[in-house]
Each structure stands twice: as C-alpha cells, then as structure tokens.
Design a protein around this ligand. Sequence first.
Ligand SMILES: Nc1ncnc2c1ncn2[C@@H]1O[C@H](COP(=O)(O)OP(=O)(O)OP(=O)(O)O)[C@@H](O)[C@H]1O
Ligand SMILES: CC(C)(CO)[C@@H](O)C(=O)NCCC(=O)O
Ligand SMILES: [K+]
Length: 255
Amino acid sequence: MTPDVVVDIGNTRMKWGRCADGCVADVVRLPLDDAAVWEAELAQFPAPRTGARRWAVASVNPPALHRFVAWARDHGETAVFEDYTALPIRVSVDEPARVGLDRLFGAVAARALVPAGAPAVTVDVGTAVTVNLIDAAGSFQGGAIFPGPRLMARALNEFTAKLPLSEPRNNYADFRAPAKNTADAIRTGILAALSGGVVQLLGALADQCSVPLWVFVTGGGAHLLDGLDLSRVADLVMVPSLTLEGIRIAAEALP
Ligand SMILES: Nc1ncnc2c1ncn2[C@@H]1O[C@H](COP(=O)(O)OP(=O)(O)OP(=O)(O)O)[C@@H](O)[C@H]1O
Ligand SMILES: CC(C)(CO)[C@@H](O)C(=O)NCCC(=O)O
Ligand SMILES: [K+]
C-alpha cells in the first residue's frame, strides 16, 4: 500500500509523517492521548487524492497504539505493523520478536540511505536512546539501549532528596565542564552521558567493520548531539524522519 500518513507512536510522543512524492515530506510531534489535537492536526492535512486516507502505523507502546488505531480507523484505512515479520529486514538477534519496532524501522530506512554493502548505525535519542548496527549485508544486528536525557533528569530528581528536576536544554556545542551549580552540573552530566555513550558505542561498532560507518541520528533529542565531533569514527547525519521513512518503505512493500 502507498500510505498518505505514517505514524510512529513512542513512549513520550507520537510522530506523524505526511507522505508525498515517495518520501516523508514533513514530521509533526503530537501527544499520545489527545484526540482533539489529532483532529486539529488532521484538518491541516491536504485531502487524500483518491478515496479514504491511508494510514500506516507502528508503535513500541501497545496501550497508546490501541487508542490511536481506534481513532484512525474512523479516519481512513489503517494498516498496523504488529511484528517484525512484516518488515523487509533480517533480524539477527536472540529474540527478534522482542526488538522495538522503532529500532527496526530505523534500520529499514538507514539501509535505503546507504550504498549497497555499506554498514550503518542508527542513533535514536528518544525516551530511551538506542544505538543500532545494520551490517554490510543489510541485517539488523542489535545494539544498545540506555536512558534518554529526560529520563535521566527525572530519575535524578525522583530518587534523590536534593536534586532538582532539570530540563536538559543545551546541546553539545555548549558543553562546559566543570559546572559551577547543581542545575548546570546535571545538564553537563546528562550531556556527557549521552555523548559519551554514543561515542563509546560507535567506536565499538566501527572496530567490527572494515569500512567507515554511516551514522544516522534521529529522535526528539537528536539536536543534543549537535556539535559532537566524531570525525575519527564517522560523520553523523541528522534524519528527523528516519523511523517514519522506515514505516513508509515497509508499507510500500505490503500487498
Ligand atoms: N527541546 C529539547 N531540549 C532538550 N532536550 C530535549 C528537547 N526535546 C527533547 N529533548 C530530549 O530528547 C529526548 C527525547 O525527546 P522526545 O521524548 O520528544 O523524543 P521522541 O523521539 O518523541 O521519544 P519517543 O519516540 O520515545 O516518544 C528526551 O529525553 C528529552 O530530554
Ligand atoms: C528501547 C525502546 C523503548 C526505544 O523506543 C523501544 O525500542 C523498545 O521498547 N524496545 C523493546 C526492547 C528491545 O528493543 O530490545
Ligand atoms: K522513538
């Protein structure tokens, strides 16, 4: 099917991508649980060219998925990706059925962006951060998962007596250590954990590959990595629509 709108439902936000001319033309981020906002957003979309609007939806958050799909079925034809077997990618991990579909859709999109035979890495800075390897043969090879910036900030606040809730708002270009107050110390620490984790993982993955890696960065916190110099390992390419592109490509491959 050729979707009009692709939807990626995460643990914090859902993302809609409007499809036009064989790509995801623009991305909007919407709340998980507010049908009035969805209605208002849909009113901004162009009417489908023919027949009912076609949605292709995937999620790592089953309750949010079920709520959204109930709404979407009243607003067009809705294809839902339930599990990895419907995706055009080989999944080489212990239990393929347990891998988050967002990681796999990112891999599907990355594979379409690199020359044949080039390995790729995806970095998704969302509620959780994932760093994922797609090998030279195009198989998803797994990766790593760690807490996203907001989760780190919330955990520091929730599990200590003295640490305030700090919004991680600077990006790597503003990184300064040592920090001189608690709020800045938390921001600096979270940025160091994020960038350090990404650098460590890219180094380890690059060591396994004989050719340079293509690295695609996406997710609501991707901009936090702006200014991070990884020239020894790879160049980062920011692709805000990576997961949505993967959903679009996989939907096109459906009967
Ligand atoms: N404007 C911002 N400034 C600083 N950090 C931000 C900003 N927006 C998002 N982030 C950080 O990026 C992380 C991911 O953001 P967000 O939850 O919006 O991403 P997402 O990709 O939609 O996640 P998910 O798919 O898991 O719902 C959050 O942990 C948050 O700390
Ligand atoms: C890691 C997250 C939360 C990132 O959105 C998601 O991909 C997920 O729920 N994954 C399931 C576990 C796994 O991927 O191995
Ligand atoms: K995500």
